[in-house]
Design a protein around this ligand. Structure first.
Ligand SMILES: N[C@@H](CCC(=O)N[C@@H](CS)C(=O)NCC(=O)O)C(=O)O
Length: 219
């Protein structure tokens, strides 16, 4: 029997719960109908030399499937998608979906990460306050261009695929804003994807793990 294990954080502050990056990996496994084990690391453990052998940057998630050890949520989702049919079978659509996976991580995510850094980690330095509107504009422009691709199709590659898993998990880092909801095409796309039972199971599993490990329950 195949041994699948996701390593993730033992706990994250509430604002990040529901968007920690093991979510896409859990979602891909749920879409594929595959079970997995969870392994949890504390902040101290993720900086250990042992963990860096698995995830060179000490980040989460890390993934193990039998003798395959992977890091980077995009690479893990792609691995699961290629093995378990979460990409279109038709070769041109398959490649197009892969391009969208990279687009989610390389073209849409960077300004979203920058906004998260401003809003959650510092945000009060004068240069950050000045920079924020330009970051928001850049996100809105990207969302409009993604929306233009979704006008004729419900999903990025025509049918639902791993590209949507990565795009939606990237967009979840905007939940503290109305930037997605402001665009009706993107709002409907997000709602359509997040209504999928596999997404709901993945989200519930992440939230349940954090609830089990909440600091007030720590031994
Ligand atoms: N590009 C990485 C990013 C992973 C990442 O940023 N993980 C966060 C949690 S959602 C983390 O480990 N943050 C702690 C850190 O960067 O040191 C991926 O997608 O796997």
């Amino acid at each position: 029997m195949t041994n699948r294990e996701i390593t993730t954080l033992k706990w994250a502050p509430p604002i990040f719960q529901g968007q920690v990056r093991d979510l896409g990996v859990r979602w891909a496994l749920e879409e594929a109908g595959l079970s997995y084990r969870e392994r949890f690391v504390t902040d101290a453990e993720r900086h250990s030399p042992e963990y860096r052998l698995r995830q060179p940057f000490g980040q989460i998630p890390a993934y193990r499937e039998d003798d395959v050890e992977l890091f980077e949520s995009g690479a893990i989702v792609q691995f699961i998608a290629e093995r378990h049919g979460l990409l279109p079978a038709n070769p041109p659509a398959h490649e197009r979906a892969r391009a969208w996976m990279f687009a989610a991580l390389n073209s849409v995510d960077p300004p979203i990460i920058e906004l998260g850094a401003i809003d959650h980690f510092a945000g009060s330095l004068p240069w950050e306050i000045e920079r924020r509107p330009a970051v928001v504009t850049s996100i809105l422009e990207r969302l409009e261009l993604v929306a233009a691709q979704l006008e004729k199709h419900d999903y990025l590659a025509g049918e639902f695929s791993a590209a949507d898993i990565l795009m939606i998990t990237v967009l979840r880092a905007l939940r503290h804003t109305d930037l997605v909801s402001r665009n009706p095409v993107m709002r409907d796309y997000r709602d359509r994807c997040e209504a999928r039972p596999a997404f709901q199971r993945a989200l519930a599993a992440q939230l349940a793990a954090f609830a089990r490990h909440a600091p007030d329950k720590a031994a």
